[in-house]
Design a protein around this ligand. Structure first.
Ligand code: GLN
Length: 188
């Protein structure tokens, strides 16, 4: 399996390490020519979604990636990556807009800008979740399966082959979510 990792900005190297540990070949996507049809999956890392959206537009990557996701390419978006996938961004602009959810950016306020918790995630089990100026899913529309909730807020969801997480599984030592993505989403 070969996964493309959007590498314009943010925590892409950590995703690469995790996926390589699980035996996945990785390609870093930095420009239009890096994104081609023989990728089996795509990872959108955490970072700053407004900067990523601007770069995706300038590099003419936005439309080709959107089309591939719409055509069913498995994608995992973490934190800023979830914001890129969301159809609606409360108080902001959407990017790919392929996942029928409304997300709120920087949603936990200043005091709780960054925190950790352990929660159950459907299909994965207990998982240590690291939140960094994270969004949450305010509304999940038809067809979206909620996979994890913390403090009454949706922090993980799946829509077909799209997995959106408000937290950072790549910043832990625990590969269970990456394994879930590969085995339950990419290989099915
Ligand atoms: N606050 C960032 C944004 O709006 C997301 C933070 C993150 O990815 N850790 O894009």
């Amino acid at each position: 399996m070969r996964a493309g990792i959007l590498a314009l900005q943010g925590a892409f190297a950590e995703h690469r390490n995790m996926l390589e540990r699980l035996g996945t070949d990785c390609v870093e996507i930095r420009q239009r020519t890096d994104f081609h049809e023989n990728l089996d999956a795509l990872v959108l890392p955490g970072g700053e979604s407004t900067v990523m959206r601007k770069l995706l537009t300038e590099l003419e990557l936005l439309e080709p990636i959107r089309k591939s996701i719409e055509a069913g390419m498995p994608v995992m978006g973490t934190c800023a990556g979830l914001i890129l996938l969301a159809e609606n961004v409360a108080g902001g602009e959407s990017c790919f807009g392929t996942m029928p959810v409304t997300v709120r950016r920087n949603a936990y306020g200043r005091q709780l800008g960054s925190f950790q918790t352990v929660e159950e995630m459907k299909g994965v089990g207990q998982f240590p979740m690291t939140f960094i100026r994270a969004p949450y899913i305010e509304e999940a529309h038809d067809g979206v399966e909620v996979l994890a909730v913390t403090g009454g807020r949706i922090v993980a969801a799946r829509y077909g082959s799209q997995l959106g997480l408000a937290f950072h599984p790549e910043l832990t030592d625990n590969p269970d979510i990456h394994r879930y993505f590969i085995e339950e989403i990419c290989r099915k």
